[in-house]
Each structure stands twice: as C-alpha cells, then as structure tokens.
Design a protein around this ligand. Structure first.
Ligand SMILES: Nc1nc(=O)c2c([nH]1)NC[C@@H]1CN(c3ccc(C(=O)N[C@@H](CCC(=O)O)C(=O)O)cc3)C=[N+]21
Length: 285
C-alpha cells in the first residue's frame, strides 16, 4: 500500500512546537519578528506572502509586510534591507522572489544580514550549509528532510536522486541528503536518458518546475517520491512535477500537491524565525 505523506499534518505538528517556543520567548519579553519584502504586484507572490503572514500570526510571530512598487530601484531596495538588518524587533528578513528583471537578485540576497537570513539563501548561509556548520537551512529542502524523518523513512545508505539543480531547491536538497548519509545523484535538463538514472532512486526528489514531468517510466517500484513542484495551470489549479495518479500505484510513499512540501516550506520559515529570535535573546543575556 502506498503511503501518502501528509505535509499539512506534519507541518501542523511542527508548528505546535514552534508555537510553544514563541510563548516561551514572549514570557521572556521577546516577540519574534519576520519582515517580508514584496516588490511589485505579481498575484502568485501576493498569495504566498499573505499565507506566510497568516501562518506567522497564527502562532504569535510578529510579521511586517514591506510593499515596494515594481519600479523600485535596486539601491532603494538595498536601503530597505539595511534598515531591517538594523532593527532589533526583526529577526528574519525574507525578500519574496522572483524580483523584477532590473534588480540583481544576487546583490539583494547578499545584503540580507546572515543573522536574519531565514530563507537560508545568502552566500554565507549556503557556505555554512555546505560545510555542515550551524546556519539557517533553506526552508523547502529542510522541510523535505523533516517530512522524510517524520514519516520514518531511512535516509542513510539510500540512493537519492534529485531532478533539478536550482539554488533554492535542487542544490541544497542534495547537500542535506548527503549530510544524512544518502548517496546522492544530481540530474537536470541536460542529463541524457533521465529515466535510467531516476529508476535507480530509493528516494526521488522532483524539483523540475514542469507539470507531470515524472511518470512511471522514471520510478522504481517501492521508491519514495517527493514532489517539490508548484505549477499552476490555466485555471490557476496547482499541480506538481509528478504524475500523481500514475506514481501513486507504484511508490511506497508519495507527497501530494497541494498538501505535501508546500506547507512544510512555510513551517520551516517559522522555525527559522523563532530560532533567530532565540539566538538574539541568548546573546543579549
Ligand atoms: N524568498 C522566497 N522564499 C520562499 O520560500 C519563496 C519565494 N521567495 N518565492 C516563491 C516560493 C514559493 N513558495 C511556496 C511556499 C509555500 C507554498 C504552499 O504552502 N503551498 C500549498 C498550497 C498553497 C496554494 O494553494 O496556493 C501546498 O502546496 O499545499 C507554496 C510555495 C515559497 N517561495
């Protein structure tokens, strides 16, 4: 029987423990704060940002939305980040991606103070992650690791195949699996004969950004299949990168979209924000 991994439920469970940590911080006089910068009026980005804010509110994290017009200059955006870097009521800073084309995302991310980089995207965070040092882990791959652990899926010794090599999902995902002692293979759009490699996966991570890309020819019976895709069709309906109906028949575990990895991404953002506030408190003492 295939087990459907419930990211909403696992996320809720983790959020409860994060909420308790928020309460303890508040008893000590500190409210964790997350600042979200939204540039322009992309409707999908607005929805995500609203969800992040609602999730913060639900567990007592203060959240502040900074909305900037699509025409904002890079300089003005960097100035806003610097203001947030210096505010001691803000413990996490998230700049919603993608940014308008005239702004250099690398410059923006590198300006976020590593102490407040709760997305785990900055060069310092990525470097520390690679070295296995304590840092904020990027929320989506971190959430996938938690999903596997909460589902009782062994990672050590398994062959994990990652499809996709983005800076925010594919690359760090492979790294975190490697740190958990998986044997990791990276694949991507230039990989010849992809199915011959994905078919070897005990754990298959789909992070391609193409709807229903992973079909039964890619999957070994009994594999664990994690769908990181969030594609919207013309009716605004959400679909993953995995052909769920097909793979559900053969996988041992599979994550649905929605209700799989997505809710975990937000959960780990809350987790990182609280972690950051706790660190500030311990340094103030
Ligand atoms: N600086 C930055 N950090 C991000 O973490 C970031 C970003 N920019 N830009 C956009 C992507 C996308 N992303 C999602 C988070 C949660 C869901 C999520 O909760 N999805 C729900 C469904 C939500 C719905 O129905 O729309 C689910 O899969 O069940 C989806 C997508 C974070 N991102």
């Amino acid at each position: 029987m295939t087990s459907i991994i419930n990211g909403k439920e696992i996320g809720q469970e983790i959020r409860k423990s994060v909420e308790n940590r928020v309460k303890e911080l508040k008893e000590q006089g500190l409210t964790p704060g997350l600042a979200v910068i939204l540039v322009g009026d992309n409707p999908a980005s607005q929805t995500y940002v609203r969800n992040k804010q609602k999730s913060c509110e639900a567990i007592g994290i203060f959240s502040e939305l900074i909305k900037l017009p699509a025409e904002v200059t890079e300089e003005e955006l960097l100035e806003q980040i610097n203001i947030l870097n210096n505010r001691d009521d803000i413990h996490g800073i998230l700049v919603q991606l993608p940014l308008p084309k005239h702004i250099n995302e690398d410059n923006v991310i590198a300006t976020i103070s590593p102490e407040k980089d709760v997305d785990g995207f900055s060069p310092v965070s990525v470097g520390k992650m690679m070295l296995g040092q304590e840092t904020f882990l990027p929320c989506t791959p971190f959430g996938v690791i938690k999903l596997l652990e909460y589902s009782g899926i062994e990672i050590a010794g398994k062959h994990a195949v990652v499809v996709g090599r983005s800076h925010i999902v594919g690359k760090p995902m492979g790294q975190l699996l490697l740190q958990k002692d998986a044997t990791v293979t990276y694949t991507h759009s230039k990989t010849p004969d992809l199915p011959s490699i994905t078919k070897q996966a005990d754990i298959l991570i789909a992070a391609v950004g193409r709807p229903n890309f992973i079909t039964k020819e890619h999957v070994k019976p009994g594999a664990v299949v994690i769908d990181v895709g969030i594609n919207r069709d013309e009716n605004n309906k959400l679909t993953g990168d995995v052909n769920f109906a097909e793979i559900e028949q053969i996988a041992s575990h599979i994550t649905p979209v929605p209700g799989g990895v997505g809710p975990m991404t937000i959960t780990m953002l809350l987790y990182n924000t609280v972690q950051s506030a706790e660190k500030q408190l311990s340094q103030d003492k």
